[in-house]
Design a protein around this ligand. Structure first.
Ligand code: VGL
Ligand code: ZN
Length: 199
């Protein structure tokens, strides 16, 4: 149907085993994701795309370690190992991902002072990426999300998608989680409560 799109979230080397912010089993989803790509007309990708020294990196904050939380002007921010640096090998899509047919790549997290988990808004929940406008203009009102990580970029994208009026499905079997301090259960609960279809 012309009204459907598959959005493939952040399947990049740094989120796969061996990468800087490896998600356990991140590379296992490739066959399923590639099947979904093959069977969906409109395929879009997101790409985490940080400048060196990004404010979401623990290394940018004196005395801070990865996975600690800090207060930023836009709210709480988890700190991460340096990852997905613009133009680096770690920021490339995983070599097993059949991304070639995708019609749009949304890059996010490219402004030094703010992170962006969601494909729709930066972490201030105010600055749009342009994705909703693209989907609206193309007549796409229903999206399916797959990729990495379930409890961060996939979940934040799904929550924003329903808020923006898109019929939203997350294929949990085609996602893998970071699961930091129970974050997977928390975000699954939030998605379910918000009306995201979890499959
Ligand atoms: C992500 C943490 C930092 C993700 C991106 O893709 O889920 N998580 N940057
Ligand atoms: Zn990131």
């Amino acid at each position: 149907m012309a009204g459907d799109a598959l959005i493939v979230i952040d399947i990049q080397n740094d989120f796969c085993p061996g990468g800087a912010l490896a998600v356990a089993g991140g590379d296992e989803i490739m066959p399923l994701v590639n099947d979904l790509i093959r069977n969906t007309e409109h395929v879009l990708l997101t790409q985490d795309w940080h400048p060196a020294g990004h404010s979401s990196f623990a290394s940018s904050h004196q005395g801070k370690q990865p996975f600690e939380t800090i207060d930023m002007p836009y709210g709480a921010q988890t700190l991460w190992p340096d990852h997905c640096i613009q133009g680096s090998k770690g920021a490339d899509f995983h070599s097993g991902l059949a991304w070639a047919k995708s019609e749009l790549v949304i890059r996010k997290g490219f402004r030094g002072g703010i992170d962006s988990y969601s494909a729709f808004f930066e972490n201030d929940h105010l600055t749009p990426t342009g994705l909703a406008g693209y989907l609206d203009e193309r007549g796409i009102d229903s999206i399916t999300l797959v990729g990495l990580a379930t409890d961060f970029c996939v979940a934040y994208s799904a929550l924003d998608a329903v808020r923006q009026g898109f019929s939203t499905t997350v294929r949990l079997d085609a996602c893998r989680a970071i699961d930091l301090g129970g974050s997977l259960d928390i975000m699954i609960g939030k998605m379910r409560d918000a009306g995201v279809r979890l499959v």
